[in-house]
Design a binder for this molecule. Structure first.
Ligand SMILES: [Zn+2]
Length: 167
């Protein structure tokens, strides 16, 4: 009987992950962030409108367009500028991915995805984070955050005036 328990736990995790990962609506000025803390592993996935990152959302068509994509990537790859985690948790970034999402057929919109993997030595000390995203990209007005951690599943909208998230 015992051997079935991990399977069930696994299924539950998959279900929660799937519901959190639903494709967010594309709205200029609004970015989305999904955060998951499991053991020492902290994962953060941003979905960001190209308009706020680049000032345009067509496929890069000039050297200036390409430079704007590189500049946005440089900002997003600076994990410590994007997410300031509780220092006592001793989290260090292990991997950052930044890429354009393939647009829906016929869509004029473009999204970018930025994913961060952190390893936290003291995950029990992790209370939350402050985001610097509103300073990096000033046209963003809202970051809709959903998190799952040992504290439970939570959601909160952050803004430039209120950039702190607590699990
Ligand atoms: Zn758009």
């Amino acid at each position: 009987m015992k051997k079935h328990i991990p399977t069930l736990a696994c299924l539950l995790t998959l279900t929660i992950t799937a519901s959190l990962r639903a494709e967010p609506a594309h709205e200029h000025g609004i970015a989305h962030l999904q955060v998951a803390l499991e053991g020492q592993a902290l994962r953060a996935d941003f979905d960001l409108p190209g308009m706020d990152l680049l000032g345009f959302e067509h496929a890069p068509a000039s050297a200036a367009d390409e430079a704007a994509v590189v500049a946005a990537g440089t900002k997003m790859r600076d994990a410590a500028a994007v997410l300031v985690l509780t220092p006592a948790a001793q989290c260090s970034v292990e991997k950052v991915d930044f890429r354009a999402e393939k647009p829906e057929p016929g869509s004029v919109h473009m999204d970018f995805v930025a994913s961060y993997s952190f390893r936290c030595v003291q995950p029990a000390e992790l209370r939350g984070f402050k985001t610097g995203i509103f300073t990096l990209f000033p046209t963003l007005t809202e970051l809709a955050v959903e998190s799952q951690s040992p504290a439970g599943v939570r959601a909160q909208k952050l803004s430039g005036g209120s950039p702190d998230y607590a699990f």
